[in-house]
Design a protein around this ligand. Sequence first.
Ligand code: NAD
Length: 250
Amino acid sequence: MPGALALSSALRAQLRQARRVCVLTGAGASAESGIPTFREAQSGLWARYDPLELATPEAFDRDPALVWTWYRWRRTLVQAAQPNAGHVALAALANRVPELTLITQNVDGLHQQAGSRDIVEFHGNLFVNRCADPACAQETAAICEAEVPRCPHCGDRLRPGVVWFGEAIPGHALQRAQSATEHCDVFISVGTSASVWPAAGLIGAAADAGATVIDINPHETELSATCAHRLIAKSARALPELVDCFARSA
Ligand code: NAD
């Protein structure tokens, strides 16, 4: 029986037969958990600041206390949030297909909380601190009471363990994401504006490699035209129904 997403029978058949699946999530996948996307975050307390300008190495060099205050606010916001039905559906997808690679641009840890494992965290994790000195780069747990916390190993400044705009993606995350993208049968992009690179490039790379590409987003993005199937819907609504179309593994 066709569901509310009105997927074609051809697409349903492709999903049933899929063996290697790759999913790329962005900030929109956590929007229904109450975590604002960067565009939505430009209100209230932070209306004066552009998040795209706070999440940079230059902003940290200029005013580390301001950047830490913003990241503490984001941690508090995320700590109060719960995974939504979209996160839960993606955790269940791991049991329905032989090979699933979940790549997230999100730093909130909600996929892990929903039960997903072995996630490619493309942009790091909000709850990790890393030494700002690249020669040290030790990571520590995210307890930091000082205005600008210090590295327990070398005494330099600690920074949030995320990838900022203008910084390189960690090599292992990039390699895993690219390899999974090039070898998958089905690629699902969820809640991303496809404006942050190189993550956005994975969508075109999957299409070029012959995967069936599905985009879940209530709004059009720069790369919507690249996607063979556009589901104009919110992720917590669309993902449970989409995941249900994949065959359960024996
Ligand atoms: P983005 O903010 O650029 O775009 C969000 C996209 O999600 C938009 O296209 C919007 O139309 C869509 N969207 C909004 N609500 C949705 C919903 N309920 N279901 C599906 N789609 C929905 O996000 P981006 O492309 O991920 O890039 C922004 C960068 O900011 C990334 O690096 C990301 O890591 C970071 N970020 C992360 C978080 C988080 O960890 N939760 C939050 C904000 C920003």
